[in-house]
Ligand binder design. Structure first.
Ligand code: A2P
Length: 343
């Protein structure tokens, strides 16, 4: 009988952590034990899991050795990850990390299983899960890149508030209530009112005028697709949507890729559903993608302003494929490839 790893979800009380627990359950992930870890604030609280519940324990430097953990799925912010991921790896526990702490570290693979599963082979005990808006874009771009070689990508995003964690979801909900009750909306999670508004700022601004979120899309895309020659420019926008990021993506290829070819290629690629029936008014929408695993692609048409261009509309559930699901798919791929040591 094969042995199964002892698994911990770190940040289990958060929006992504809770989704990780439900996806582990849905996919019947082969774990001999699942532990829920969070900060001291949450110790003793209960989270539903399978037929029972898990009691949240405090994450400490001893957690990994003491609990004999072999796999830790982190979604507890960059600071927690910087501090605890190396401690876990040192204790022989492989970390799949959702924060941005390790993504651009040359020694750490940044993985989307549909795109670069081979990069898992060189993991040193920590694997980074990419930014949510990048994951859904590269799932759709990679099969087209293999066909026509992408030269340049221009992306504008419409990102859900859940990308900012549970506090983002709570803020949109409470602002809508405050406005309907004639009160001034309070903004804490976002720099301005998000209800009935769009904010062209996600994360902080950098010296060149881009936000950190925009630079993540530029740099992470190149690392995951393993091609530094792809030019990417991004404008990332927070929209008053609870779940599901939408992206308008303009792609320039070296060779011609027709909309018909693109539809056929995408429809045959793993993790993608093509929804492209403009004559019936059907295209991907965040409300349909929420709760689903796939990346949805539609509005596929020629960009007639350049020799070999296509426009795409790409939508996916940012908490699932953009975070929790991709993390668990990385863990499943580690197991399939024998890259996780189980005692
Ligand atoms: P806690 O609920 O105890 O604060 P979200 O992204 O939805 O805001 O969730 C963040 C997650 O990260 C929560 O589970 C939170 O736990 C956890 N977290 C934050 N800081 C720490 C920390 N220092 N140690 C462990 N978990 C942490």
């Amino acid at each position: 009988m094969s042995k199964h790893p002892r698994v911990a979800v770190v940040g289990a009380t958060g929006a992504v952590g809770r989704t990780m627990l439900s996806i582990l359950e849905e996919r019947d992930f082969p774990a001999s034990e699942v532990a829920a870890l969070a900060s001291s604030r949450s110790v003793g609280s209960k989270l539903p899991y399978k037929d029972g519940e898990l009691t949240v324990q405090e994450l400490t430097e001893d957690s990994f050795k003491k609990m004999g953990l072999e796999l830790a799925l982190f979604s507890a912010g960059g600071g927690t990850s910087k501090k605890f991921a190396p401690v876990a790896a040192e204790a022989g526990c492989v970390v799949v990390d959702n924060s941005s702490a390790w993504r651009m570290d040359e020694k750490i693979p940044l993985v989307v299983p549909e795109v670069n599963p081979h990069d898992l082979e060189w993991h040193p005990g920590i694997i980074a899960n990419p930014n949510c808006s990048t994951i859904q874009m590269v799932v759709a771009l990679q099969p087209l890149h293999l066909e026509g070689k992408i030269k340049r990508v221009v992306v504008s995003t419409y990102q859900a508030v859940s990308g900012a964690g549970q506090k983002g979801v709570n803020e949109l909900e409470s602002q809508v209530r405050q406005l309907f009750n004639g009160r001034d909306p309070e903004s804490k999670a976002f720099p301005h009112q998000i209800a009935f508004n769009c904010l062209p700022q996600i994360d902080v601004f950098t010296e060149n005028g881009y936000t950190k979120e925009e630079l993540k899309m530029v740099n992470e895309t190149k690392k995951i697709m393993g091609d530094n020659s792809i030019q990417v420019t991004a404008t990332t926008v927070r929209a008053p949507v609870f779940y599901g990021h939408s992206e308008s993506v303009n792609v320039e290829f070296e060779r011609d890729v027709s909309p018909e070819e693109a539809r056929t290629i995408l429809a045959q690629s793993p993790g993608i559903t093509v929804v492209d029936y403009p004559e019936k008014g059907l295209y991907p929408m965040a409300i349909d993608a929420a709760g689903e695993d796939d990346v949805f692609v539609g509005r596929i048409r020629r960009d007639e302003s350049v020799p070999h261009g296509l426009n795409l509309w790409i939508v996916s559930d940012n908490v699932r494929k953009g975070a929790a699901l991709n993390t668990i798919q990385i863990a499943e791929t580690l197991l399939e490839r024998g890259l996780l040591r189980v005692k």
